[in-house]
Ligand binder design. Structure first.
Ligand SMILES: [Zn+2]
Length: 234
């Protein structure tokens, strides 16, 4: 009777507050959660994790810039479409659950490819404290948590922090630049990353500069290897 009652309540709530797909805005069918079945079928999956590292275009983009073991992105970033809608809801419409959902879906794909055995710790790219306070959550933390749940690999948002707001050097004195005090990220728990294979995760990859800066800091502090995964890559 309890189950029947709860079902009746949820059906009634769905009539009053219909739920919509965060990717296409169509109303969700019973049993669908956040993303409709059509969108789930039609999302532009990269499937980079099925390619060798020489075939993988994302890995090639880091070549010569930073030593990356694996570079994956769940989706191809497409403007004015499903991917942009998902990311917009995740970052600006207070729907952190999208990050976790996509992390779980991607994590189970990576798990099938044996990726679980290749990583020791998942680390989300941190936000500067002011931005974190404004948004209330770090969208990359949510993606990391979803991946962690599916892959059964621990994640931590405590090992590295963002220490500067902007990468522009215009306001820095020449002396400050010379001293290299303008770095964006700083490892706060070096013992947690030492000799470990790190998967650094972020929401969107455009130029790759953020992942590169954050990854360099992890490598400089003794992680064994660095891999990268994002929700979407442009
Ligand atoms: Zn949809």
């Amino acid at each position: 009777m309890g189950g029947y009652f709860m079902k009746a309540i949820s059906d009634l709530l769905a009539l009053v507050y219909p739920e919509f797909c965060y990717a296409c805005s169509q109303s969700l069918a019973h049993g669908e959660n956040m993303v409709c079945t059509t969108c789930r079928l039609k999302l532009p999956y990269t499937n980079y994790h099925l390619l060798t590292s020489t075939e993988n275009p994302l890995a090639n983009r880091f070549y010569g810039r930073i030593d990356v073991e694996h570079a994956f992105s769940y989706l191809t970033y497409v403007r004015a479409g499903r991917v942009q809608n998902l990311l917009h809801n995740l970052k600006y419409r207070n729907v952190p659950e999208i990050g976790e959902l996509l992390g779980k879906w991607y994590g189970s794909e990576l798990q099938k490819s044996g990726f679980k055995e290749k990583i020791d710790l998942i680390v989300p790219v941190p936000l500067y404290y002011r931005k974190l306070k404004k948004r209330g959550y770090n969208q990359s933390d949510k993606f990391a948590k979803g991946l962690s749940d599916a892959l059964e690999i621990p994640w931590s948002s405590q090992v590295i922090k963002r220490v500067a707001e902007s990468s522009t050097q215009t306001k820095k004195s020449r002396f400050a630049r010379w001293q290299n005090v303008d770095k964006l990220y700083s490892v706060t728990q070096p013992e947690e990353i030492k000799e470990r294979r790190i998967l650094l995760v972020d929401d969107v990859l455009t130029t790759g500069a953020t992942l590169e800066a954050c990854g360099q800091e992890l490598l400089a502090n003794g992680c064994k290897s660095l891999s990268i995964a994002t929700i979407a890559a442009a």
